[in-house]
Write a protein that binds this ligand. Structure first.
Ligand code: AHM
Ligand code: MG
Length: 336
């Protein structure tokens, strides 16, 4: 193990604080709050199987408390960690209809950051013991600090992100994030409860051979996507490619960034904007992808330049190796 491997996430955050112009340490404190909340969620995710058993026993007692769903619990854990530490002035979550104004303490409303979060993405995978993740996106507010946060603080283009990242609760738990100076990954040592820098300067390999898409929906896909899938399957040059789809965006993205691949959730005949949310899922992944040398579009235009119009807006999503995304875009343009 190199000496660098012993750098903890806490040390890394402090080291990098100087990279930000006019830094007051606020973004560092915010990232530390996310780091802490992720450990609590990790503990809950890890005992999901056993908690279920306890829940069944518990439901027989007089209190009759129901087992809380993990995505609801994860939402509460992140919101609490972020608001109690007074490191943000507002939070928008995939789990909540509207954004939350944080005004619990004297400093919160002076904070200059808002967070958008998908607290437990792919949560339908929990029942079958498959990896899930948390996705977060951080912006500087556009309204004056001291005034109440407004919807315009959240409806910002992805290019304005100050930081973004994800936690993958997998065979090991990792935090991967960017503040616009590359992408770094940290693996949790569960015995110490400490994240260590394990993947410095993560980058997509130049070429990739994996395509990730829910092919069960093939019949509903646009012609360009159908043609691209056929291209991936053709026996020619370095093809056919390998098909891998977990159905958990964070895990599919993580694998593709390490091994080289493309993830697609396109529009379908039933859902013209696809399934994934621009603000909670696509923008943060796009920021990470671009920082790792990849590309992210809706099939035609850059995800991070789409003007958001509502909090829960959905967009078609093509994300991964630059070359692969550009090839898919060629098929989309040809069939448009
Ligand atoms: P969720 O936010 O409701 O969990 O949905 C997002 C998830 C992604 O993690 C995953 O890539 C996708 O939905 C899978 O959708 P499908 O089952 O339609 O393929
Ligand atoms: Mg989600």
């Amino acid at each position: 193990m190199s000496e660098q491997s012993f750098q903890t996430l806490g040390e890394f955050i402090i080291d990098k604080q100087e990279d930000f112009m006019y830094s007051t340490g606020e973004l560092s404190r915010l990232l530390s709050a996310i780091r802490l909340a992720s450990k609590v969620v990790n503990r809950e995710v890890n005992k999901a199987g056993i908690a279920n058993i306890i829940g069944k026993v518990g439901s027989e007692n007089i209190q009759g408390e129901e087992q809380q769903k993990l995505d609801v619990l994860a939402n509460e854990i992140f919101i609490e960690a972020l608001s109690q530490r007074e490191v943000v002035c507002g939070i928008a979550s995939e789990e909540n209809d509207d954004y939350i104004e944080v005004k619990c303490g004297s400093n919160a409303h002076l904070s200059k950051y808002v967070v958008l979060i998908d607290p437990l993405d792919g949560s339908s995978n929990i029942d079958v013991n498959v990896s899930v993740g948390t996705i977060f996106s951080i912006y500087r507010r556009v309204t004056e600090p001291g005034s109440p946060v407004g919807i315009e603080d959240f409806l910002q283009k992805g290019v304005n992100q100050a930081a973004a990242g994800y936690v993958v609760y997998g065979s090991s738990t990792m935090i991967v994030y960017t503040t616009g100076n590359g992408v770094n990954g940290f693996t949790l040592d569960p015995s110490l409860g400490t994240y260590y820098l394990s993947h410095a300067n993560m980058e997509f390999p130049k070429t990739g051979k994996i395509y990730s898409i829910n092919e069960g929906n093939y019949i509903k896909f646009p012609q360009g996507v159908k043609n691209y899938i056929k291209y991936c399957q053709r026996e020619e040059d370095d093809r056919p490619y390998t098909s891998r789809y977990i159905g958990s965006l964070v895990s599919d993205f993580h694998r593709n960034m390490i091994k080289g691949g493309i993830y697609i959730y396109p529009s379908t005949s039933q859902s013209p904007n696809g399934k994934l949310r621009l603000l909670y899922e696509c923008n943060p992944m796009a920021f990470l992808a671009e920082q790792a040398g990849g590309k992210c579009t809706n099939g035609f235009e850059r995800i991070m330049e789409i003007e958001p119009t509502e909090l829960h807006q959905r967009v078609p999503f093509f994300c991964g190796n630059r070359e692969m995304v550009e090839k898919a875009e060629e098929f989309m343009a040809a069939a448009a």
